[in-house]
Design a protein around this ligand. Structure first.
Ligand SMILES: NC(=O)c1ccc[n+]([C@@H]2O[C@H](COP(=O)([O-])OP(=O)(O)OC[C@H]3O[C@@H](n4cnc5c(N)ncnc54)[C@H](OP(=O)(O)O)[C@@H]3O)[C@@H](O)[C@H]2O)c1
Length: 228
């Protein structure tokens, strides 16, 4: 697999199931990988200097991340809000805001790109495939900086999945838990269709109504007229 144009090293914060799976994928793709758990201050200092830093910790712990050290970093948010594990957190239950926007607001100096969150650990460990493989799975990518989104899309490709760019970070809401792409076995075209159909889904309707109530849907893909 070809290396991506700009990401040649990754730091992984979180050495749990997802962190280990993503670190292995990156190593297999030939990238330099540094992993660090919460108590590993030296490892964290090294990890945040990588070309991209993957967040693979429980979302409820995001405020323990080293925000200052991640200033100017390209950060890949692989986290999900999972209330059964995270507990009920009001900031992640506001349907107007994607969870990655909340993370980006905390990591103010970082460029946050959402990726890898909607595949299970098993899928990450077993379904990587070379480009052109007819069974290759697709993974969505969303972020506000076009160059960083392209770099992460290239990383997704390099580690064995077809990237589908979903738009800016707020569009990450289209592949969070309780959406069709979440855990779906989808190729690039199927994933694109699922993302396109989001506003017709129950979750999409909830998000569209919540955003419309406060006029926050400027610049986003408009919800169907029937919901306006
Ligand atoms: N499980 C899945 O299938 C799946 C798939 C995609 C995405 N996700 C998301 O990925 C994230 C991780 O899930 P997981 O299943 O891998 O959880 P996990 O197995 O519980 O691992 C999380 C790890 O994060 C570490 N951690 C906590 N705070 C940290 C910090 N500030 N810096 C560095 N490490 C820290 C924890 O260990 P220490 O505190 O001991 O260091 C723990 O090892 C979650 O947000 C989850 O929603 C999960």
């Amino acid at each position: 697999m070809a290396l991506p144009p700009t990401i040649r090293s990754v730091g992984v914060l979180g050495v749990g199931r997802v962190g280990r799976a993503l670190a292995q994928l990156a190593r297999d793709a030939g990238l330099t990988v540094t992993v660090a758990g919460s108590q590993d201050t030296t490892g964290i200092a090294d990890a945040v200097r990588a070309d991209a830093v993957i967040l693979a910790i429980p979302l409820s712990k995001h405020r323990t991340l080293p925000a200052d050290a991640l200033n100017d970093a390209l950060v890949i948010d692989a986290m999900n809000y999972w209330w059964e594990l995270d507990g009920h957190l009001t900031e992640f239950e506001d349907a107007r805001t994607s969870s990655s926007e909340v993370v980006a607001a905390f990591l103010q100096g970082a460029s946050v790109v959402k990726a890898f969150n909607h595949a299970s650990v098993w899928e990450l460990e077993h379904l990587a495939a070379p480009p052109g493989d007819h069974q290759r799975r697709a993974l969505a990518v969303a972020g506000d900086d076009a160059d960083d989104v392209a770099a992460v899309a290239a990383l997704v490709d390099a580690v064995g999945f077809d990237p589908v760019v979903a738009g800016p970070l707020k569009e990450g809401v289209r592949f969070e838990p309780n959406t069709e792409p979440f855990g779906a076995d989808a190729n690039q075209q199927e994933l694109q269709e699922m993302l396109d159909d989001f506003w017709e889904s129950q979750r999409g309707r909830v998000v569209a109504r919540a955003r419309a109530q406060v006029g926050r849907n400027e610049g986003m893909q408009p919800p169907p007229a029937s919901l306006a």
